[in-house]
Design a protein around this ligand. Structure first.
Ligand SMILES: O=C(O)CCC(=O)C(=O)O
Ligand SMILES: [Fe+2]
Ligand SMILES: [Zn+2]
Length: 620
């Protein structure tokens, strides 16, 4: 009896093991294109035994070596696997038969790692030369002695009550000389902090000047303290706030900082303990710098090369546990505007551009819509979508009131916030913005990219259509008419379309729209010098029917994938950038009159809803 039980249990375990192995093989093939073979070879792929799983070279080698001579161990950075090649197939077979399922220690204490091994025919070693440091970046090693390091660390009086000292979500920060404001990423230049830079920095700063590391004395200091697991998002220090040279002293622990070029190039830079990082020129102005929040870094094993860029040689990478790192970042406040050679990322030069607004009146309607509607939505898609969660109740009512199985088109669907509302409908969306349609795709909604003037859906086949906040983006009455006409074409006889456009009248029947109520009615957007189309001051009443409405890009959509340096970044946008969208806001009765010009349709219902004019039209 006993024996029998033991045997079934064992086979269950084995089955589980085999299932896991098959799954690991499948993942390797699907995600990484790594083909495994069932016959024994000298090389194995070690699934889960990768730097990306927090497994260090030392820990993995310790386990692998017990089965024979290891010829090479390839550990690609940030990947959850590695490749081992043994001197003989026998050693590989021995490792294969006893290591699968074995737990190994991970740098990430909360994570337990079980290895899964499979034979591979060949190991493709990607020998990438170490990337060059971003131009203008330097690292001066041992700029302070271990004794000086302790003194400097001791000099920071971290406040215990946190009233003066900002405790950011990801790290501790303290400012000297001038306060750095994280709300506008700038400094109040006319409000220096009392005391200036602390005395304990003098020796260091004099040394930096003497060694030619900096040309000018800084007058602002930011002290950042990072516990393991903390970091700082990729950013460029605001051009208009600080001069060219920015230096950062690393105390307490080494760190890998990621530098990214707008073209997507990423260079991980190893900054040793007690070293000084000097950012100037292109590395200061054009590249972002950041620290990925994690508990360990991928570094090179070889001692000699432990500074600067981390090599792409996958047979010499391992992990290093982070300690508490305190950095002293010194900068010089800029008085006046920045005239750097990188206008695309320069807030000073972008502000200038804004002061001479384009002659929008001269543009053809198609070009106006292209420049001030399509391109803008493409650029702000991520941030725009993050602000568009709440469906408008009356639109929801319309969708909920349709019969089960209705076929519905959402023309100008944006991030698809209405598509999933009523699960008993067949809904399909379309939008001019590819980025917004991609977001729909991520949400598993059906949507395609097209213009609302030519929607590639079968005509006369829809039970209903919605067009929410779309038609006010067309620049002429004829184009707005064509957009309504296109909606009606899609409908079958008896089908209904719900249309929402922004209303000129933001106050209706004595009640302010939500748009107005949210506003402080202060000049949130300072009015810039008069362009040919007026720029609207957000959350105030409209004083023209055709206008540009500012969109203020917030930082939170940046670095959507700052997980690892290898992750590609989205198009680089300046936080704090202002985009302008063209609108034609409708007067009372205008939408009904427009629909009245469309043949074969009747307006069933019209109303004002939260600052919008709305109609439901029915196809005859
Ligand atoms: O910790 C560092 O070295 C960098 C800090 C930094 O980039 C900043 O405060 O702007
Ligand atoms: Fe910075
Ligand atoms: Zn600049």
């Amino acid at each position: 009896m006993l024996e029998c039980n033991a045997r079934t249990k064992l086979s269950k375990e084995q089955k589980k093991q085999m299932k896991k192995e098959a799954k690991a093989k499948n993942i390797l093939l699907r995600h990484e294109g790594i083909e495994t073979v069932s016959r024994p070879t000298k090389s194995l792929v070690v699934a889960n035994g990768g730097l990306g799983n927090g497994v260090s070279r030392e820990h993995l080698l310790d386990v692998l070596k017990t089965h024979g001579l290891v010829e090479s161990l390839i550990m690609p950075p940030n990947k959850p696997y590695s490749f081992v090649t043994y001197a003989s197939p026998e050693a590989a077979v021995s490792a294969y038969s006893s290591l699968s399922g074995q737990e190994v220690p991970s740098m990430d204490e909360e994570q337990k790692v079980s290895l899964y091994l499979s034979f591979v025919d060949k190991v493709e070693v990607k020998e990438t030369p170490p990337p060059a440091l971003p131009p203008g970046l330097r690292i001066a090693e041992n700029i302070v002695s271990p004794e000086e390091e302790l003194v400097l660390l001791d000099s920071i009086q971290w406040e215990t009550d946190n009233s003066n000292q900002k405790s950011l979500k990801h790290r501790r920060v303290k400012h000297y000389g001038y306060e750095f404001r994280y709300d506008n990423n700038n400094v109040d230049k006319d409000q220096p902090l009392p005391g200036g830079l602390p005395k304990f920095c003098n020796v260091l700063l004099d040394r930096c000047v003497a060694q030619g590391l900096i040309q000018n004395m800084p007058d602002q200091l930011t002290v950042n303290q990072y516990e393991p697991g903390q970091g700082i998002p990729p950013h460029i220090d605001t051009h208009s706030a600080f001069e060219d040279e920015i230096i950062s002293l690393s105390l307490g622990s080494e760190i890998v900082m990621d530098f990214r070029h707008p073209d997507g190039t990423c260079v991980p830079v190893m900054v040793p303990q007690r070293s000084l990082l000097v950012m100037s020129g292109e590395s200061r102005y054009l590249w972002t710098h950041g620290i990925t929040p994690r508990k360990f870094d991928v570094i090179q094993v070889s001692e000699g090369q432990s500074v600067g860029t981390v090599s792409g040689n996958t047979d010499e990478l391992t992990l290093s546990k982070r300690g508490t790192r305190t950095s002293f970042t010194f900068r010089k406040i800029r008085h006046g505007s920045c005239k750097c050679a990188f206008p695309s990322v320069c807030d000073s030069q972008q502000a200038l551009e804004k002061k001479s607004p384009p002659q929008v009146k001269d543009l053809e309607p198609e070009s106006l819509e292209m420049e001030y509607v399509h391109k803008v939505y493409e650029d702000i898609a991520g941030h725009f979508s993050s602000t568009r969660h709440t469906p408008w109740p009356k639109v929801v009512d319309f969708l909920m009131g349709l019969s089960v199985g209705s076929l519905v088109a959402d023309v100008g669907c944006g991030n698809g916030k209405y598509i999933g509302i009523n699960k008993s409908l067949y809904m399909i969306g379309c939008d001019r913005s590819k980025n917004l349609v991609d977001i729909c795709g991520e949400r598993k909604f059906e949507a395609c990219v097209c213009d609302a003037l030519s929607v590639p859906f079968r005509r006369g086949s829809f039970d209903a259509c919605i067009s929410i906040a779309v038609i006010h983006h067309f620049a002429t009455e004829e184009r707005r008419l064509a957009a309504v006409q296109e909606l009606v074409h899609l409908l079958k006889s008896g089908g209904k379309a719900l249309i929402y456009v922004w209303a000129m009248e933001q106050e209706y029947k004595k009640s302010k729209s939500k748009y107005l109520k949210d506003g402080k009615l202060s000049n949130e957007t300072p009015q810039e010098s008069a362009p040919s189309l007026p720029i609207h001051t957000n959350r105030t009443a409209f004083d023209s029917q055709d206008l540009l409405v500012p969109w203020h890009l917030k930082e939170n959509n940046q670095g959507r994938n700052n997980e690892f340096c290898s992750a590609k970044r989205e198009k680089q946008l300046l936080p704090g950038s202002v985009y302008h969208r063209y609108y034609h806001v409708f007067r009372e009765g205008e939408l009904e009159a427009l629909c009245g010009r469309v043949t074969g349709v009747t307006v069933r219902h019209s109303y004002h809803d939260q600052g919008n004019w709305c109609v439901i039209v029915e196809k005859l």
